[in-house]
Design a binder for this molecule. Structure first.
Ligand SMILES: Cc1ncc(COP(=O)(O)O)c(C=O)c1O
Length: 391
């Protein structure tokens, strides 16, 4: 292996949200706690990124960033090489994080009181952003069919009230790493056309496929609906650079770019210089690191799911993308508070509570597997002790 994902980094006490916010969030201040909640990896960023940041610092200039064209081209090159997705670099815009870009689209395409649809259980910040902007969260609960999530567009169609303006798709899905198929994506885009809805496809996890799995960009699946599709993505999750708070929005429709221009000017201003440096470096030279890291995650998932599935009453949703596993403890018959207590206070393993992800999240915990294998195995052993005695 050319890259080291095994050596633990010193993360505590270094302004690491994942470790340094445990005490205030979970009420446990124990240096042996293993953080498996916040969606950051415990890995060092790719050398190509760190070298580019060093060079940027050595130049000594920290002023406003200008001329994004080389970065736009790096984004377009990455999408074409990795996903066969051809875009025009002029479609690219930068945001202060993906959720900020999500807010741009909500601001442009809805009014306070309008409905924004999410497929629950889903990434909790969608709820936060929708509510903070005075819009209404409309949940469309995912069904679990043959052990995987499926959208229920029939039920969603029947439940529409007429105030819904936007659909939020998380692709691949967080939690549970579901890669949506071409047919599912087409069906959703057709649904949006029938009901005149904007489709926001948050593809932030697109690069985190396990070897052999193929991610389908929504626009490739449904090109005829280009006028209503907005894509959000970032280097942040896949390259572990979320602290740069830089997201990427792709607006393939000229009309949408025009509609969003005032909001982007107002909310996003100029992009973060270090975010730009990171994106350009990652997307120009990060291929080898990405491929090794994906293989490492796939093996972590293989080990985690085999061992956790062996605990009576526990079942891990199968997945082939992301490091955010979705674990069903509901057959144990415990309350959500008890589940969290056993994981956090007994095992000292910090998961994300399933209830955070909305309807369908009860009885579940989400575990982030992007950590050194030995640390993950230690976490599994502790979880086996905390939950193994129940049945
Ligand atoms: C689906 C999804 N979208 C967005 C984000 C966060 O993006 P940002 O921090 O750039 O707002 C996350 C973080 O975990 C995520 O899982």
């Amino acid at each position: 292996m050319a890259f080291d994902f095994d050596t633990p980094l010193r993360l505590r006490g270094n302004h690491t949200s994942k470790y340094d916010n445990i005490a205030k969030t979970f009420g446990i201040d124990d240096p042996s706690a293993i953080a498996m909640w916040v969606a950051d990896m415990d890995f060092k960023a790719a050398p190509v990124i760190l070298d580019a940041m060093r060079a940027e610092i050595d130049r000594g200039y920290c002023g406003y960033f200008g001329n994004t064209v080389p970065v736009d081209e790096a984004v377009a090159g990455w999408l074409k090489d990795r996903h066969g997705f051809e875009i025009d670099p002029s479609w690219v815009r930068y945001t202060h994080g993906v959720i900020s870009g999500y807010g741009d689209i909500i601001a442009s395409y809805s009014e306070p009181g309008d409905g924004v649809i999410v497929f629950s259980p889903v990434y909790h910040a969608f709820y936060r952003q929708i509510e903070a902007m005075g819009r209404v969260v409309v949940e469309s609960p995912l069904k679990v069919e043959n052990g995987r999530f499926e959208m229920d567009l029939e039920a969603l169609g029947a439940a529409l009230k007429g105030h819904e303006k936007i659909v939020t798709l998380c692709s691949p899905h967080n939690p549970g790493g579901r890669i949506w198929s071409v047919d599912e994506l087409r069906a959703l885009a057709d649904f949006c056309a029938v009901h005149d809805l904007i489709l926001i496809s948050d593809e932030i996890h697109m690069d985190l496929t396990f070897p052999g799995a193929t991610f389908v960009p929504t626009l490739i699946a449904a090109p005829e609906h280009v006028d209503r599709i907005a894509i959000l993505m970032a280097a942040s999750k896949a390259f572990n650079v979320a602290g740069a708070e830089t997201g990427i929005a792709i607006y393939p429709s000229a009309e949408m770019r025009r509609a969003l221009a005032p909001v982007i000017l107002d909310r996003e201003s100029t992009p973060n210089r270090y975010g730009m440096t990171i994106i350009k470096a990652a997307y120009s030279g990060g291929h080898d690191w990405m491929d090794e890291m994906r293989a490492y995650l796939a093996e972590n998932f293989r080990i985690f799911s085999a061992r956790m599935n062996a605990i009576p009453g526990v079942s891990v949703m199968d997945m082939n993308a992301t490091y955010l596993t979705w674990v069903d403890f509901s057959r144990l018959g415990m309350s959500d508070a008890e589940l969290l207590k056993r994981s956090v206070h007994e095992a000292k393993v910090i998961p994300s509570p399933g209830t955070q992800f909305g309807t369908g999240g009860g009885g579940h915990l989400r575990f982030n597997l992007a950590l050194p294998r030995a640390t993950m195995i230690e976490a599994i052993e502790r979880l086996e002790k905390a939950f193994g005695d129940v049945q």
